[in-house]
Design a binder for this molecule. Structure first.
Ligand code: PLP
Length: 383
């Protein structure tokens, strides 16, 4: 099997699994216990905080709070920020956020919040003037992703943080879930208040994420009050998961691996675009403004779901930017926001590579893909 769907999730690294297993066996102590069994486990939790702090370039391990997933981190950041200033009713976000932010903001809009949805251009880039103009005294929170999960387009979140702080008192949250482990992050020298991550996107386990809360930001705990994580996110710690995110953060910190991923991705992308007629890249071509592992490519006059199914038959895993069911055929909101023509958006495929992919896998996909696309186009032509 060839796995080119690393923005959906990643395989657990063997080193991560090794770090988790003891806490499902002999090391079963409760980290709050004062005896030796508890203390060892507590130590593992502390070192996981340190590893994640290092991955994010946080000033201190105390700025990291573990959660159950990226979605929880995103929801906590936004709802917590709103709770700090109940009199303010404006949220600023973008039209291309992941559902974890988009659906929450849509719900809040129905509940009397005023949401400003920032547009992107055809390359998926944000208009920073529109951001500047959107900020008011009423803005409670601004939430912008670092890396788009569908196109890999990167937003200049450090610059956005400066703009937000110059023009408002709002808290600034970044959804970094699809960026962590793929691009370097150094939060300590930024004005970013809150930053979400999720371990399963960087070779850690599912069901564990973290929220970075900048020192001095007093984010009310959300839903789960109690004692653990210094009262910010309670419940007896899921120690094996925490050991997993800690080990994954340590591995992800070695960014040198991403250079090889970038080379593989560039070769895959360039050759597909050169060899397959009527194919186009969705997202900016500026290498500094896009994740090193992602290519979102539209194959016009065919259907992304059909390509996915054919690739699946020959053992290749990718994903689409469209959804088809018996009632509707809809392009992804991200591609719609970029004004990608409907037929191109319906024929889009996301290739997202990872650290375990090889040259041979890229060769195989490059060999098979043109005929898959050509066969499907013939079928469309016959119909
Ligand atoms: N934000 C982004 C950008 C994502 O890509 C994802 C997952 O696909 C999430 C949030 C949600 O993370 P989780 O699956 O850990 O809830």
């Amino acid at each position: 099997m060839i796995y080119f769907d690393n923005n959906a999730t990643t395989q657990i690294a063997p080193e991560v699994l090794d770090a988790m297993v003891p806490f499902l066996g002999a090391q079963y102590g409760n980290p709050s216990s004062a005896h030796a069994l508890g203390k060892d486990v507590k130590h593992a939790i502390e070192s996981a905080h340190e590893n994640v702090a290092e991955l994010l370039g946080a000033s201190s391990a105390d700025e990291i709070v573990f959660t159950s997933c990226g979605t929880e981190s995103d929801n906590w950041a936004i709802l917590g920020a709103l709770r700090t200033v109940p009199e303010k009713k404006q949220i600023v976000t973008t039209r291309v956020e992941h559902e974890a932010v988009r659906k929450l903001c849509e719900n809040l809009e129905r509940e009397s919040y005023n949401v400003t949805w920032l547009d992107v251009d055809e390359e998926g880039l944000l208009d920073l003037d529109a951001l500047k103009n959107s900020l008011t005294e009423q803005t409670a929170v601004v939430s912008v992703m670092l890396a788009n999960n569908e196109t890999g387009v990167l937003f200049p979140v450090e610059e956005i943080a400066e703009i937000v702080k110059e023009r408002s008192d709002a808290l600034f949250h970044v959804d970094g879930v699809n960026a962590a482990g793929k691009v370097p992050i150094d939060l300590k020298n930024t004005a970013i208040d809150l930053f979400s991550i999720s371990a399963h996107k960087f070779h850690g386990p599912k069901g564990i994420g973290a929220l970075y809360i900048h020192d001095g930001v007093n984010l009310p705990s959300f839903l789960i009050g109690g004692g653990q994580e210094r009262g910010r996110r309670a419940g007896t710690e899921a120690v094996h998961q925490i050991a997993g995110i800690g080990a994954a953060a340590k591995l992800a910190n070695d960014m040198s691996k991403m250079e090889r991923v970038r080379e593989l991705r560039d070769r895959l992308e360039n050759e597909i675009l050169n060899e397959t007629p009527n194919s186009r890249l969705n997202g900016t071509r500026d290498a500094h403004m896009r994740l090193p592992n992602t290519s979102n490519i539209s194959f016009e006059n065919t259907n992304g779901e059909a390509i996915l199914a054919r690739l699946n038959d020959i053992g290749v895993c990718v994903s689409t930017g469209s959804a088809c069911n018996s009632e509707s055929h809809t392009a992804s909101p991200v591609l719609q926001a970029m004004n990608i023509p409907y037929l191109a958006a319906m024929g889009s495929i996301r290739f997202s590579l990872g650290r375990y992919n090889t040259e041979e896998e890229v060769d195989f996909v490059l060999k098979e893909l043109p005929s898959v696309v050509a066969d499907l186009r013939k079928l469309v032509a016959i119909q």
